[in-house]
Ligand binder design. Structure first.
Ligand SMILES: [Zn+2]
Length: 407
């Protein structure tokens, strides 16, 4: 009896210790590796990370032929990861002439707008990722500050002169991965982004084949440095880390190109060491789910105004609702969604404009409250107002679903 009591006290103490472990997250983007190639090579570190959590199919590109169709291009993909929205909102359509709409907050900004701001780190072979996409130091990003910065190697032609086959880019990645390893071991930022570039160059040059494979496996060794540092922190300091490894786009059939909406260009993958939900296991996650997933894992507060614009939902925790669709019949709008938890209360809001794009604020009109299991909501558009663009959001306790209707 006493033994049983003692062991249940120990069990409770253990649970408490587990739940109070400090949480941290690192996202690693390795550029332009289609899902079939990662699976064929069975890149050891990626599947080692996934052995603690999951490896799953995901996609980029928004929805084909819809208002949110998104080019399968690098910076476009990174910005979808950072903001949790597709290109129709974040406005980064390519790799140059970048003009992000900073009203859609990045994960890094969300991390800094907390009551207790999180410490952030960027480890990147492409300096624009910090200066332009994250918009460090700009008034439009609330003068965003990043605590640990290891980048700029692409601009340093003295230490990193151009090489044949662009191998100077591989050198940046080597440096980036070693700097990330060191910083995570020593300083352990709460939120980090590691970006590795060379795999994309390798495939642009040679397409599918042995050269691409060789450099994917080498990128695996770079990722492994970060993974070793994370495991060191977990063992030494008892921290609870979320590691997410993903890619920014797939590639054309021969591997040389990307940017379009073909199945292989849209087909990406996500590996994580944390337990995932059923929707992830079904292969329905996408690039825009990473932002809300990391917010949820780190327990970050996200203002409704920012959260309700997001196109993604968490792939950890129990899903309540997903897959919001909008259609019309005469002047009636019909919203439908998938209900995972039928009893969950949901609320529906709309607006007959997109003021958020220019002002960062939206005047949402509350249309009604119902249960997730109702799966459908109808409303007279004329009561919302005349417009050529309507926005809708269905808000649950665990996620919010955003949808536009263009008339
Ligand atoms: Zn790319």
């Amino acid at each position: 009896m006493r033994k049983a009591l003692l062991s249940s006290i120990l069990f409770l103490a253990c649970c408490l210790a587990m739940s109070s472990r400090e949480r941290k997250a690192v996202i690693i983007i390795v550029d332009g590796i289609p899902r079939d190639v990662v699976e064929r090579l069975h890149v050891p570190v990626i599947f080692d990370i996934a052995s603690h959590g999951a490896f799953g199919a995901s996609h980029v590109g928004g929805e084909v032929g819809m208002y949110n169709q998104t080019p399968t291009i690098s910076a476009v993909g990174y910005n979808s990861m950072l903001t949790g929205v597709w290109v129709n909102k974040h406005n980064v359509y390519g790799n140059s002439n970048l003009s992000p709409n900073y009203n859609y907050w990045s994960l890094f900004r969300i991390a800094k707008e907390q009551g207790k701001p999180l410490r952030t780190g960027i480890f990147s072979s492409w300096t624009d990722n910090r200066t332009v996409l994250l918009g460090e130091g700009k008034p439009e990003t609330g003068d965003l500050k990043i605590d640990y910065v290891r980048d700029g190697y692409d601009l340093d032609k003295v230490n990193y002169p151009d090489k044949e086959k662009d191998l100077n880019v591989f050198d940046y990645d080597e440096r980036v991965s070693r700097e990330a390893e060191k910083c995570i071991r020593e300083d352990a930022p709460d939120l980090s982004w590691v970006y590795l570039w060379y795999t994309d160059d390798a495939s642009h040059m040679y397409g599918n084949g042995s050269y691409f494979d060789e450099y994917i496996l080498k990128a695996g060794e770079q990722i492994d440095r970060v993974w070793q540092a994370v495991q060191y922190r977990q063992k030494r300091f008892g921290e609870d880390w979320m590691v997410i490894v993903t890619t920014d786009h797939g590639r054309t059939v021969n591997g040389r190109g990307h940017g379009g909406q073909s199945p292989r260009e849209r087909a990406t993958w996500i590996a994580t060491n944390q337990k995932v939900n059923r929707r992830f296991k079904d292969g329905d996650a996408s690039m825009v789910d990473i932002n809300p997933t990391v917010c949820e894992f780190l327990g970050m507060e996200v203002p409704d105004q920012v959260a309700w614009e997001r196109d993604g939902i968490p792939f950890i925790g129990k899903t309540e609702i997903s897959d919001l669709e909008v259609s019309t019949y005469d002047r009636e709008v019909i919203l439908t969604w998938r209900a995972w938890k039928k009893s969950a209360p949901v609320s529906v809001y709309a607006c007959p404009a997109n003021d958020f794009k220019t002002t960062g604020r939206e005047n949402w009109i509350h249309l009604g409250d119902l249960k997730a299991g109702d799966r459908e909501f109808r409303y007279d558009l004329d009561k919302i107002g005349q417009s050529d663009q309507y926005k809708f959001v269905v808000v649950g306790g665990h996620e919010s679903l955003s949808r536009w209707l263009m008339m």
